[in-house]
Design a protein around this ligand. Sequence first.
Ligand SMILES: [Zn+2]
Length: 350
Amino acid sequence: MGSLAGPAIGALVVALAAGSVAVIGIGALATTVSSTAAGAGQLNVDAIPAHARHLAPWVIRAGSVCEAVDPPTVAAQIDLESGWNPAAVAHNPAGRGGDAVGIAQFQTGTWATWGGDYDQDGRNDPGDPEDAIVAMGRLMCDHVAWATRGVDTGLVTGDPLDLAWAAYFCGRNCVILAGGVPASGLAHDYPGQVRSRISRYTLVAAVGSWVFPLPAESYELVSRFRTAERPSHDGVDLAAQTGNPIYAVADGVVLAAGCTSAYCDRPGSPGLGGCGLRVNLNHGNGFATRYCHAVRLNVTAGALVKAGDVLGWVGSTGNSSGPHLHFEVHRNAPPLSSATAVDPLPYLGL
Ligand SMILES: [Zn+2]
């Protein structure tokens, strides 16, 4: 499984090979360490509606113009502006710039400054989604630079990205007059509405960016995912000594932490049901992980964890014949089920 997308995007990269920028964007994305912080996020391509998913490389390109506006941030703003509809039109009086059109809702005057035939298809038009997405990235980055200067000089106060979004919505004069993000109305709501959409478009757990769940060289892979002998084994078993720390592979929220067997105060056995002391983590964007058989847990349900945090310590509680970590990866979760389990090895680099 690739870190970015399925076959549709792969085909698109080939189709766009002549337009080198998009391909560079993909390459850079694949090696970026994932993060939920603005400026560093990887695009969760699957979150884009299917009819618009072919635009992902253009979102990545638009999200590579400056650090503050990353691809998930661009995607979130497109979602808010048009719901990914290249034919969207919002009627405005001519005195207020006229109709806002296209996937990024550009008005004629703004397009004259920031628009362009970025996809080189002979059409320079805010109704051309590829062009409009790149124009949005360029304009937003200019707004952020403007807002950063404005904050430094005392012209406006606030977070530069929030100020940039407000400027995108109502213009820089509107932000200057308000001294920042307007205190009420649609322009007030706009930055929060974009922010609330960013996590959906952020790929939290990408291949190659996870912390390994056990210390290096402290474990041995002793059982794989759904082998012929154990077709219902929905994870991998990593033998390790009792007391070895178990790490969260990525940032997340503890969905569940507790004993899932008849007892967990002593080692279990192969005849005992359940996976002993167990932690389930939700990493967002459909990724969840499960850690079983701990001797003791270090987290409780609802806790926020960072990649590398100690979730508990290796043990042999539950259905277990010796100390090991049973580790599962789930997609399209929660809830976690046999149907959502996928082979963890690619995610672990094993
Ligand atoms: Zn197992």
